[in-house]
Ligand binder design. Structure first.
Ligand code: NIG
Ligand code: FE
Length: 386
């Protein structure tokens, strides 16, 4: 069964062969068939299809690709947020309160939380979501976190070293040894990537390297939480290991930017986390201009970024990170797909996955221009209207 979406006022394709960063086609149409894009072009040339969806002059773009989320958790930390807004600093230790709540929750409760948040993401135009574990930090709890995540998304990451759990207090090296010897072998079949929180108060360069290389040896790709709260070794380590992405990247020096620019590692920027922690924003302008591949993510988690809104992230990236609206839209779609190493997502060309957003606006510029305004008219996932 084929579906023609026509009367599109402005279509973002992200197809470089169409010209410009976003490959925008005015007065466009798209045909989707069997979950894939079958045809893209100007409306006047559109072929016939079994069904028709009139976009009414609205803008259409690829669904947002979220490459960084922590959805498997229980409880919330609104009080911690309020304390932060009153002047308290964010520290890695806050993760432990979510750890306790997550360990105490049933699989059904964790599953319902993931489903609720994925629904929020989808309502705001996000069609792909990577999900990390990381609030279990025991073999049993990381395994069941990944089980829950995998039943709802094919993109799962074992965040094996997020924070040292209470039973290993003061013994981070012993925890890392347990991760390497027991957790990774038990959890690797349920994940595509390994991740660590390489940060003061979490895990240092040697501990992070031990976990990441053990993950690689078990067949996992590498992702790193790096340089979020302080200048540190995370970016260099990510590049050294050929990581798919290094995420946050808020505290950088010249050598970090040079290393990223010379690498294939994507810099995934998560400005909603910086917004909610009053952290330093990443120097997105400098990263982009140096030739680094930049992705944007919402980083939904109960501690630093309890939002699922990619439009909000795009608005922040334009207003406060100084990306252009085009760059921000690219980073939230094609950039996220690069971070997940998928060339069929975040792009609308024949053969690509038919994940599309119809905006209640004439162009993608309105995402940043009208912050906070619900703007998603319709979402197609795998060619099907949700
Ligand atoms: O991406 N930085 C580490 N992990 C999360 C925060 C986790 C938490 O505070 O619960 C992040 O910001
Ligand atoms: Fe994170």
């Amino acid at each position: 069964m084929s579906l023609l979406i026509d009367n599109i006022g402005s279509l973002v394709t992200n197809d470089p062969s169409r010209g410009g960063l976003l490959g925008v086609i005015p007065d466009a149409a798209v045909v989707v068939e069997d979950g894939r894009v079958a045809w893209v072009g100007v409306g006047a040339d559109a072929p016939d299809a079994d069904e028709r969806l009139d976009a009414g002059g609205r803008a259409v773009l690829p669904g947002f690709v979220e490459s960084h989320s922590h959805l498997v958790f229980a409880g919330e930390r609104a009080e911690e947020f309020a304390a932060r807004m009153a002047g308290q600093k964010y520290a890695a230790g806050g993760i432990r309160s979510t750890l306790a709540a997550t360990r105490a929750a049933s699989d059904a409760e964790l599953s319902a939380n993931v489903a609720r948040l994925l629904d929020e993401y989808a309502k705001q135009g996000t069609t792909t979501v990577e999900i990390k574990s990381g609030y279990g930090q025991s073999v049993v709890d990381e395994r069941r976190s990944l089980d829950v995540a995998r039943s709802q998304s094919p993109f799962t990451t074992l965040l094996a070293a997020h924070v040292t759990p209470p039973e290993f207090a003061g013994r981070a090296d012993d925890y890392v040894a347990m991760v390497v010897d027991e957790m990774i072998p038990a959890c690797a079949p349920l994940a595509s990537w390994i991740d660590v929180f390489c940060e003061q108060g979490a895990f240092d360069a040697d501990q992070s390297r031990a976990v990441l290389t053990a993950g690689q040896a078990a067949g996992l790709g590498v992702r790193v939480h790096g340089n979020q709260l302080h200048q540190g070794p995370g970016i260099q380590l990510a590049v050294e290991l050929g990581a798919a992405s290094v995420d946050h990247v808020c505290h950088t020096d010249d050598s970090d930017i040079e290393a990223l620019a010379a690498s294939t590692t994507v810099a995934t920027l998560l400005p909603a986390a910086d917004f909610s922690t009053r952290n330093k924003y990443p120097d997105a302008r400098r990263l982009w201009d140096a030739g680094v591949t930049v992705a944007l993510g919402a980083d939904c988690n109960p501690g630093t970024s309890y939002t699922t809104s990619m439009p909000f992230v795009i608005a922040l990236a334009v207003r406060d990170l100084h990306l252009t609206p085009d760059e921000a839209v690219w980073a939230a779609t094609a950039g996220g797909a690069r971070a997940l190493q998928r060339d069929d997502l975040g792009v609308l060309r024949p053969g690509a996955t038919a994940d599309l957003v119809v905006l209640d606006a004439p162009s993608h510029l309105h995402l940043a221009y009208r912050p906070g305004v619900p703007m998603v008219h319709a979402v197609l996932k795998d060619g099907v209207l949700r």
